[in-house]
Ligand binder design. Structure first.
Ligand code: DGJ
Length: 702
């Protein structure tokens, strides 16, 4: 068999050479021809003061082969066998998949690396280690390292906090490791979701981009590393706590999949590959049905549950075309505020003396589905559950962890705790016609141990199992992953949940950036985005109806606002907005997302282009007052450059507030080629800040 494995798909190549007896990634990037690789072209010279023979850095990066950086496998057996040398035992290639099995006979370890290049050109890397010995092997980390070219210049990743998730930070790649770690025991608001290494000048629209995303909902680590020898790598791994994974004889640790994306067409190109990959799954929600407009009552009533008020809200929602009504926190146990009741998933007789049936029936009679909130991993000290089983919490050394939102975390690796949550949730789902649950996770994990052993991993696997088992028991059930807003959004959870609550911040200005960056990885139809109250509860800012409604169109749209306070005019606009969403959701949820290279500080453009190039919808948002009396042109990217489009302004959510005597002449319609729209663009209106417009483009058949 040849020493070269070449996987190729959709403009991407992965070339792995095995001539050194270990898999060495030679190239991951732009597709190349199938010509045989001559590995001598990649052998380094031998500088002075260095190893006598040139080193090829294999995927396991063993010290034993002369690599002095961080190895892929870190771990030891009773403080021995810390250094490994894996000899390749088998290579299996099948279609776009390659599997390499290597063994260190002395250390009695087997490692397996699987590479799959999907039809969309996304590389999935999955690695495992098996203990072949008789004594225990302690795994500290199993990291997937991928080389990127020497000419990558910048790293782009995302940081955040509650209410301000996924903010970009871009900086030069320097020598050393630029590491992003998450130790919250959940994905975290600060989780980068993707980390890019970019060629010089790469933007949304152009240039080469390499990105890594860890498909995991627990502790995480991602990094870009430029070594002193000049070679550059990206890497990702599950961040394991001390002693968290100890393999008994014959046991295997399967590391979370690392999703790696390359694009020669900028960040938007990488984003589109990820969207297409996610959408290709049979279980992807839009492959089953269109995404229903959702009303979540949280910011309308908070803990103040009252049938009459909620019934009035349901009537108002139904009138404007809402399709799903979600009752949030406060319906169970002693949960009259956020200090009690978590863990007791039984309907509160205080607020719902007749049960939830009356409200469920009302919602259904208005033609909507019913959804309900849970936070199954959590418990308040003031709960029947904690009083009965104080030992069922994650804790270490007999200490009760510091409370966070007055709550503690249940140890789901404890069979009794898991069963309690499953049974109570299952009973509610069996008693009422519930199509959807919003599952929250409002605190970080501290001292997360199960019987003294670090247990974040066990907790993550348990929640994946919980979601899968609830869905199996209740076919058709949809689950939203929420963690104080966007604290549990990742490509691991995507296999178990159907929607993400993107952020607790419903301020439209903040959502302009949170949605924009979260959707680089997650297709918009999975990102909950709601029209919030006129005065945002998160920031106290007041935004026009139009700006809020246009901003909320770019995701799984919904509302989170006391509609009983809305004026007749606002309700009429909401109805027209909802009609527009329904008429266009297929396009919005299947097309190619384009961000375009706008300033991002002054204004930004965001759009979705139909796969066949026949039509597109764009949002142009003014974020700040323009520096000039005429703002920069609006460039509409992603259209067929050769085709002609009819372009016009549409106002299903009302008119934007502008500061101009006359609007741009194209508002009522203009014809331009896709090429001109992308390069020259349209003259921008002089909008007041925090305003947005919608632009439609339709291809003209001539
Ligand atoms: C945090 C969530 O993000 C909110 O949407 C809401 O569900 C509250 N928790 C309820 O406690």
């Amino acid at each position: 068999m040849s020493n070269t494995v070449h996987l190729k798909s959709d403009g991407v190549s992965l070339i792995i050479d095995t001539s050194a007896g270990t898999p060495v990634i030679i190239h991951w990037g732009r597709a190349v021809s199938d010509a045989q690789l001559d590995i001598t072209s990649q052998l380094e010279p031998t500088p002075h003061c260095d190893f006598d023979e040139p080193q090829l850095i294999g995927i396991w990066r063993e010290n034993a082969r002369g690599f002095i950086g961080e190895p892929a496998l870190r771990g030891s057996r009773l403080a021995r066998e810390w250094s490994h040398k894996f000899d390749l035992r088998s290579t299996e290639v099948s279609g776009q998949k390659a599997t390499f099995v290597s063994v260190d006979a002395e250390a009695e370890l087997e490692v397996v690396a699987k590479f799959e290049l999907t039809d969309q050109g996304v590389l999935k890397v999955s690695q495992s280690v098996t203990n072949l010995g008789l004594t225990e092997f302690n795994v500290e980390a199993l990291t997937a390292f991928l080389p990127v070219p020497d000419y990558t210049k910048e790293v782009l990743d995302f940081h955040g906090r509650w209410m301000r998730e996924r903010q970009p930070q871009r900086q030069p790649i320097h020598v050393g490791q630029w590491v992003r770690e998450g130790r919250e025991g959940r994905t975290g608001h600060d989780f980068t979701l993707i980390q890019f290494a970019l060629a010089e000048g790469a933007t949304y629209e152009r240039g080469e981009a390499w990105g890594l995303s860890l498909a995991w909902s627990g502790n995480n680590r991602q990094l870009v590393e430029r070594t002193a020898i000049g070679r550059t790598f990206m890497a990702a791994n599950e961040l394991l706590l001390p002693g968290e994974v100890v393999l008994a004889s014959g046991e295997t640790y399967q590391a979370p999949t690392v999703v790696a994306v390359y694009s020669a067409a900028g960040i938007d190109g990488a984003s589109d590959r990820l969207h297409r990959m996610v959408r290709a799954r049979a279980t992807h929600p839009t492959n089953i049905r269109p995404r229903p407009i959702t009303l979540n009552v949280w910011e309308a009533v908070y803990f103040d549950h009252n049938y009459d008020k909620l019934a009035e809200l349901a009537e108002a929602a139904a009138k404007i075309g809402v399709e799903r009504f979600v009752l949030d926190d406060g319906w169970f146990g002693a949960r009259r505020d956020d200090r009690a009741g978590l863990g007791d998933w039984v309907v509160s007789a205080d607020v719902w003396p007749e049960g939830l049936g009356k409200l469920v029936d009302k919602v259904k009679s208005e033609g909507m589905e019913f959804g309900l909130w849970f936070e199954g991993e959590m418990v308040n000290a003031d709960s029947d559950l904690f009083r009965a089983h104080p030992d069922w919490i994650l804790h270490s050394g007999g200490r009760i962890p510091p409370e966070f939102r007055t709550q503690l975390v249940l140890d789901l690796a404890h069979p009794g705790a898991y069963q309690h949550v499953f049974d109570q949730v299952d009973a509610i789902l069996s008693s009422y016609d519930i199509a959807y649950i919003k599952w929250d996770h409002n605190r970080v994990l501290t001292e997360a141990s199960h019987l003294g052993q670090a247990a974040v991993r066990k907790q993550v696997l348990a929640i994946y199992r919980m979601f899968d088992e609830l869905k199996a028991a209740h076919p058709g059930l949809e689950i939203e992953s929420c963690a104080s807003g966007g604290g549990r959004i990742d490509l691991g959870m995507i296999e178990h949940a159907d929607r993400f609550w993107t952020s607790d911040n419903n301020d439209a200005l903040e959502r302009q950036s949170i949605n924009r960056y979260t959707s680089i990885v997650i297709p918009p139809e999975l990102l909950g985005t709601h029209i919030g109250p006129t005065k945002a509860h998160s920031t106290g800012r007041t935004h026009s109806h139009t700006f809020r409604a246009i901003t909320a169109l770019w995701g799984h749209a919904g509302l989170e606002w006391d509609l009983t306070e809305a004026s007749e005019d606002e309700l009429a606009l909401l109805k027209s907005w909802a009609d527009y969403y329904k008429a266009n959701r297929h396009l919005l949820h299947s097309g190619r997302t384009v961000r375009g290279d706008q300033t991002e500080t002054e204004s930004q453009t965001y759009g979705v282009v139909a796969r066949d190039g026949s039509q597109a919808i764009y949002m142009y948002a003014a974020l700040r007052p323009s520096e000039f009396s005429r703002p920069a042109n609006i460039r509409l990217t992603g259209l067929d450059a050769e085709a002609t489009y009819e372009v016009k302004l549409v106002e299903p959510a009302g008119a934007a507030n502008a500061m101009q005597m006359l609007p741009p002449k194209w508002y009522s319609g203009v014809r331009l080629s896709g090429g001109l729209l992308a390069s020259l663009g349209l003259r921008a209106p002089v909008l007041r800040p925090e305003q947005a417009i919608l632009i439609e483009a339709k291809r003209i058949i001539e």
